[in-house]
Design a protein around this ligand. Structure first.
Ligand SMILES: Nc1nc2c(ncn2[C@@H]2O[C@H](COP(=O)(O)OP(=O)(O)OP(=O)(O)O)[C@@H](O)[C@H]2O)c(=O)[nH]1
Ligand SMILES: [Mg+2]
Length: 273
């Protein structure tokens, strides 16, 4: 972690603008806890990705929050390309004062330089690929596939570091860790599937009861997480030998369907007012 931090700090010295990618469903939980310290005073564009899965009203409120904090912010959906064309425009705007000061201090004009930062699985590689316009960087479903680095011209007067910086997620905060597990930022091997799915279905039952009732054709929602999972498994016909409900299968189903947006467009983090 200390080494990763040092490498990113070195890379940051080379750039004019930081693009911080967050998951629009969890804009607070998907922030790296040290991002402000790490990227210092660099102008920053906050990109709320996967906005097609998030609640549009809450996404707008989050954008206002980031703008009030002094950043530029935009919602994008990299799967369908929504918002991607705005990104170079906003980055160049953020870099403009620096470029002007270079020129006014007698130096030659150069392209603005930016890099993409974010925790695993938020869509950094997808964003880099979209900006480059071809599949140079590798992308994949599992967190942690990016390595190696060079500059690529992605728009007039704008260079992008081809390798995004992977930052560590907010694991010491149990609630954030739970939300990161739900959205796929934490590897499945390191969390207990039944626990995470149980907490998720309980959270959904409390915050979006109609969505859960409709999805699983349930008239009543039990209070307890384990009972909720059993009700889901029973409705879906996930039964093991002997007639008991296959809770693990129900857990997988709840997580999968949430990640696919089957409960609707849901944002788990609410901005503070
Ligand atoms: N639904 C949805 N999925 C997306 C979107 N953007 C990216 N993804 C998915 O998110 C997953 C992770 O994307 P990557 O670009 O590999 O994420 P990354 O931040 O580079 O992840 P690491 O390399 O592990 O740090 C992929 O499975 C994508 O399909 C989006 O806008 N909507
Ligand atoms: Mg990547």
């Amino acid at each position: 972690m200390a080494k990763a931090k040092r490498i990113i700090k070195e890379s940051l010295k080379l750039v004019d603008v930081v693009i911080e990618v967050l998951d629009a469903r969890i804009p607070a939980s998907s922030r790296n806890p040290d991002i402000n310290e790490t990227s210092g005073q660099k102008p920053r564009l906050v990109v709320l990705n996967k906005c097609g899965l998030a609640d549009p009203d809450l996404t707008m409120r989050w954008i206002e929050v980031f703008i009030k904090s002094g950043f530029s912010a935009i919602a994008v959906d990299l799967l369908n390309g929504k918002g991607v064309r705005e990104v170079p425009v906003l980055v160049r705007q953020l870099a403009a004062p620096k470029m002007a000061s270079l020129v006014s201090s007698g130096r030659r004009p150069r392209a603005a330089r930016c890099m993409v930062l974010g925790i695993p699985n938020v869509g950094k590689s997808f964003l880099v690929n979209k900006l480059i316009g071809q599949r140079v960087a590798r992308t994949g479903y599992k967190p942690g596939v990016t390595r190696g680095q060079q500059w690529i011209r992605v728009a007039d007067n704008l260079d992008l570091m081809d390798t995004p910086g992977i930052l560590w997620p907010k694991l010491e905060d149990a609630e954030a860790a739970f939300r990161l597990a739900v959205t796929g930022a934490i590897k499945e091997e390191i969390f207990n599937l039944n626990d995470v799915a149980g907490r998720l279905i309980k959270w959904l039952a409390e915050n979006h009861p109609e969505a859960v009732k409709n999805r699983y054709k349930l008239e009543e929602l039990p209070d307890e997480a384990g009972e909720l999972l059993k009700a889901v498994g029973s409705k879906r016909g996930f039964i093991i030998a002997g007639g008991a409900v296959d809770v693990l299968k129900a857990s997988r189903n709840v997580l999968k369907e949430f990640r696919e947006g089957k409960f609707g467009r849901i944002t788990m983090d609410y901005p503070e007012n």
